[in-house]
Design a protein around this ligand. Sequence first.
Ligand SMILES: Cc1ncc(COP(=O)(O)O)c(N)n1
Length: 293
Amino acid sequence: MRPPQPDARPVALTIAGSDSGGGAGIQADLSTFAAHDVFGTSAITAVTAQHTRGVDSSYTLPRSEVAAQIDAVVGDFDVGAAKTGMLASADLVSLVADRVRDASFPVVVDPVMVATSGDRLLDRDAEAAYESLLAEATVVTPNVDEAAVLTDVEITGVDRAEDAGRRLLETGVDAALVKGGHVPGETIRDVLVAEPNAVADRDATDATTERAGEFVDGAFVATFEHERVDTEATHGSGCTLSAAIAARLARGDDLVDAVGGATDFVARAIESHYEVGTGPGAVNPQADRRTVE
Ligand SMILES: Cc1ncc(COP(=O)(O)O)c(N)n1
């Protein structure tokens, strides 16, 4: 066997569901990895029959097949970072927790529960299983509804988002990004709360640092703000965000730059959304690409 190439491009792994409609899931993740010039690998957890209006049906793959895909990738590639998306069942959540335990690469967990369309993508009894996965993860990226399920903190503003982030740290995850897209308002605020050792290289007191945050009561807290784009075409935004964080971590960004850069990337993906299908459309992870002549 040829040894891994030392100058090879970074590799990222997505463990997520397939969206036949192409806007979210594995399809959005691989597009996002490619946009970051990161080689994308995948372990598919479920196959959804989906379009821009919703999910018609979903088939969860057997645990052994998901395990085989993860093992095939991790056993061959020098994985620089992984992300998880739709994990469908408690069984798959615990499988993934097992497989990433003591992983040598960072793991981004997007706790996908309900699609933008309102369709459930995770069995209800799987919500509790997330605790075991969070204990192994680098950063978890819930929207406010998912954060409420995972912590019992109802989110009404930035302070509550920070509270929920702090609660999430108690599970053992290194950092939590509580996304503000579902909170009404002109400005979207995504709040990162991290264990100090997860941002050890960062001098938070240096206000000239581009992504400055603050150490408050034993945690690093940073808020990323974007003007809301007036569109319903946000299908795929959460998948794109967590994939962009993983891609940036695989490229060697520190956690705060990876998260901050990924929130900017998603803002551009929403700005240049696709109006496809008869529903609200989808984000465009290729927003930065020049148009092919
Ligand atoms: C396979 C799969 N994974 C994730 C999502 C969530 O994406 P969204 O919340 O944008 O609908 C989805 N709809 N389908």
